[in-house]
Design a protein around this ligand. Structure first.
Ligand code: UGA
Ligand code: MN
Length: 322
């Protein structure tokens, strides 16, 4: 009796262990499958996150692309700005031209007209223009020797850029058609410093636009004086002869191409008194009352009449062209 009871108990314990093992095995299998599906879920989640990340990036690109398309549409309606730059050889010439050509690269719808004060075109200027990939016209016009001769006399001041700017005006009048070609003409000396915002201002010009010029005439800036209520120019703050009809530096105005093409006799001249080139030139086109004050009613300085120091070069390293 004892033996058979013992046997029965043993059997029960074995059965119990067997079922327990099966249960535990099932439990382990179930747990593993839960973990597995968790990993699967995590994987799916990670992949969809990547997908969204890509989508997000795409959206950012799409926004940029849209902005670019919008800007291009805007620029198509923008007038071409003809920037007229007289230039002459000195050690800093390539540096100056590199600087302004790279400023112009930041602006749409530019046509750069570079006029060398030289008998023939130089490789320096040719190379700066071709490297810039700007739409450009390269001309030459030499300053009359009687005028250049005045440099020998430190007291005699002479006109600069006269022949060169006239050559550019002739080019415009010979190559563009009144009514068909639209644009703005700006005299952009090679040594000044230009904020790209200035060119947005120029795009608004109907006839003649004006704005302040920094670091000129012995002042921190020269500027047309604007009546805030009428928005008209009433006079000028200028370091020199503020009562000139237009007391404005060459860098402080731009003129519509229509006006330049329609008033064909408007040119610069050695006959004009020293410091009167701008005023006399502007008198061909407009009156003080008609001027269009730009740069936030002439309250912002977007161009500086900087002048680069003449470097002292006492030695030449062969093979290096500056
Ligand atoms: C100031 C004005 O800002 C100039 O626009 C004006 O032409 C000049 O006075 C003037 O006296 O007529 P400033 O700094 O004295 O400027 O003149 P520069 O910058 O030396 O010359 C004006 C432009 O003419 C420059 O683009 C320069 O490269 C060019 N230039 C100068 C020549 O082509 N040949 C020269 O012999 C001298
Ligand atoms: Mn200058």
């Amino acid at each position: 009796m004892d033996r058979s009871q013992n046997f029965n108990n043993n059997m029960k314990a074995k059965k119990f262990t067997f079922y327990l093992l099966i249960f535990l095995a099932l439990l382990v299998i179930w747990k593993l499958s839960v973990i597995e599906s968790g990993i699967d879920k995590l994987q799916i989640l990670k992949e969809s996150l990547e997908l969204h990340k890509d989508k997000l990036q795409l959206t950012e690109q799409q926004v940029l692309l849209l902005q670019q398309l919008e800007a291009e549409k805007h620029h198509q309606n923008r007038p071409i700005i003809y920037c007229i730059t007289p230039t002459y050889w000195r050690y800093v010439q390539r540096a100056e031209l590199t600087r302004i050509s790279q400023t112009l690269k930041l602006i749409q719808n530019i046509h750069w007209i570079v006029i060398e004060d030289a008998a023939k075109k130089s490789d320096i200027v040719r190379n700066v223009i071709s490297e810039s990939k700007l739409i450009a016209t390269h001309l030459v016009a030499q300053t009359a020797s009687f005028e250049k001769f005045k440099d020998k006399n430190p007291k005699a001041k002479r006109h600069r850029g006269v022949e060169q700017r006239n050559a550019a005006l002739n080019w415009l009048r010979d190559n563009l058609v009144l009514g068909k070609d639209k644009g703005v003409v700006y005299f952009m000396d090679d040594d000044n410093t230009y904020n790209i915002k200035l060119f947005d201002e120029m795009a608004k010009i109907k006839k003649v636009g004006v704005w302040p010029v920094g670091l000129v005439g012995g002042l921190n800036a020269e500027t047309p004086i604007v009546d805030r209520t009428t928005g008209k120019v009433t006079g000028y703050r200028s370091g020199w002869l503020p009562n000139r009809p237009f007391a404005i530096d060459m860098a402080g105005f731009a003129i519509s191409l229509d006006l330049i093409l329609s008033i064909k006799n408007a040119n610069f001249s050695y006959e004009m008194a020293k410091g009167m080139q701008e005023s006399e030139f502007l008198s061909f086109f407009t009156t003080k009352e008609e001027l269009e004050p730009l740069a936030d009613q002439c309250t912002k300085v977007y161009v500086w009449h900087t002048r680069t120091e003449k470097p002292k070069v006492s030695g030449i390293i062969p093979g290096l062209e500056v």
